[in-house]
Design a protein around this ligand. Structure first.
Ligand SMILES: *Cc1c(COP(=O)(O)O)cnc(C)c1O
Length: 394
């Protein structure tokens, strides 16, 4: 017997649930890529992306996933042999750094820990020791989707300034843009990147990059540039060059609709919705943790992301929980990855999420824990309900 029927619910941190309006926006013929409608669509999206990143700098759209956007950031500003400092907080900055190393950069990892966010004071201390300014770029993620860590990008930006270090500050916002505040210019970020398929509610396949003036100065001297990623190649008025070829027309229709939805909701509302629903998940996990099997991967509450929660599982098999949730109840939970493989599952709460989706997901996890006889504190979902009832005002 199962209690699944109809649409399966994806509670994984990307690709995320796409709104029906976004799916429907693609159900139309392509545009003539030389038409004024196409040019206007591109212009509106580039402008709105810069606004989402909160920068006066220019944005670029690539036909790529996040890995492609990583390569775009690196190739545009680095030269072979440049030293890059990677700030570890889980899986993703490390992956970005591995791409940099494969491309010929000299990569150093500032050791972090899977259970915590980056410490700005450690960044400052490392940079102060780099008296010759050999470090050219610093890579960090705002949210590490594997560990569930939220990094305080503003504090890290201030630490870099406090050290008086000129390295470019490059930030991955794949798992946070549109969900949590990000202020590229105010926070001294020189290059920011993101992708379409997480908080931005759009199919996988678009990568976004924004560049500051300082990034452009580095770009002029960079020798890792290649034609597809190159910002300069995308300058000028000719629309075809904005995508270094044919525009991904339907993905752009989808993105236009998704950003329209964010505008209609209001970005501040979207951030608040993520905060409320993220805390609802945390309230449930805290209660389940009383059974001594489940727990938070990120030790410090303030360092837990509002977009994904990584739940560790000790003495039980997280895959069994995931299997039950999917096969019996139609909810797909995220898998523990990297160092947490086989030791965790993840609940995504990013992008197109609302109270029934989150409360339903929490309820299903609790059904799974009960059915599988996994010790857990009772009424975790109820704690989430209490939290929302007390904080979502009439
Ligand atoms: C998902 C993710 C990526 C990688 O994006 P892909 O589209 O899978 O290449 C990079 N950084 C973060 C923080 C992510 O969550």
């Amino acid at each position: 017997m199962t209690v699944r029927a109809g649409r399966e619910f994806l509670a994984i941190p990307g690709p995320t649930t796409m709104p029906d309006q976004v799916l429907q926006a693609m159900h139309r013929p392509a545009l003539d890529i030389y038409s004024s409608e196409m040019v206007e669509l591109t212009e509106s999206l580039l402008r709105d992306l810069s606004n989402l990143f909160a920068t006066k700098g220019k944005s670029y759209i690539y036909i790529s996933n996040g890995h492609g956007a990583w390569e775009a950031t690196l190739s545009n500003v680095l030269s072979r042999g440049d030293k890059v400092l990677v700030l570890e907080s889980g899986r993703f900055a490390i992956g970005w750094g591995q791409a940099a190393a494969a491309m010929g950069a000299d990569v150093e990892v500032l050791k972090g820990d899977w259970r915590r966010a980056i410490r700005p004071a450690e960044v400052e201390e490392r940079l102060r020791r780099d008296k010759e300014h050999t470090i050219k770029a610093i890579l960090a993620v705002q949210v590490d989707t594997a560990s569930g860590a939220y990094n305080d990008i503003e504090a890290i930006g201030k630490a870099i300034k406090a050290a008086g270090h000129p390295a470019l500050f490059m930030v991955d916002t794949v798992a946070s843009l549109g969900c949590m505040p990000f202020e590229m210019d105010k926070w001294y970020v020189d290059v920011a990147m993101s992708g379409s398929q997480k908080g931005l509610m759009t199919p996988p396949g678009l990568g976004f990059v924004a560049a500051s003036d300082r990034a452009w100065d580095a770009h002029k001297k960079a020798d890792l540039r290649t034609p597809y990623w190159d910002w300069t190649e995308r300058e000028g008025s000719e629309h075809y060059r904005k995508y270094a070829g044919t525009a991904p027309v339907h993905l752009l229709f989808a993105l236009r609709e998704a950003i329209n939805m964010l505008h209609a909701e209001g970005l501040e509302n979207a951030f608040e919705r993520h905060r409320l629903l993220g805390e609802a998940v945390r309230r449930a996990v805290a209660v389940w943790g009383e059974g001594q099997v489940l727990g938070f991967n990120i030790a410090e509450p303030a360092e837990r992301s509002n977009t994904v929660t990584t739940v560790t599982v000790k003495g039980a098999d997280p895959a069994a929980i995931q299997r039950y949730a999917k096969e019996k109840c139609g909810v797909v939970l995220g898998t523990g990855i990297g160092d947490l493989q086989g030791q965790a599952f993840r609940i995504a709460h990013m992008g197109h999420v609302n109270a029934p989706m989150i409360l339903g997901t929490l309820g299903v996890v609790e059904v799974a824990l009960t059915a599988l006889n996994i010790p857990h504190g009772k009424a975790g979902a109820d704690a989430a309900i209490q939290w929302l009832g007390e904080n979502v005002k009439p």
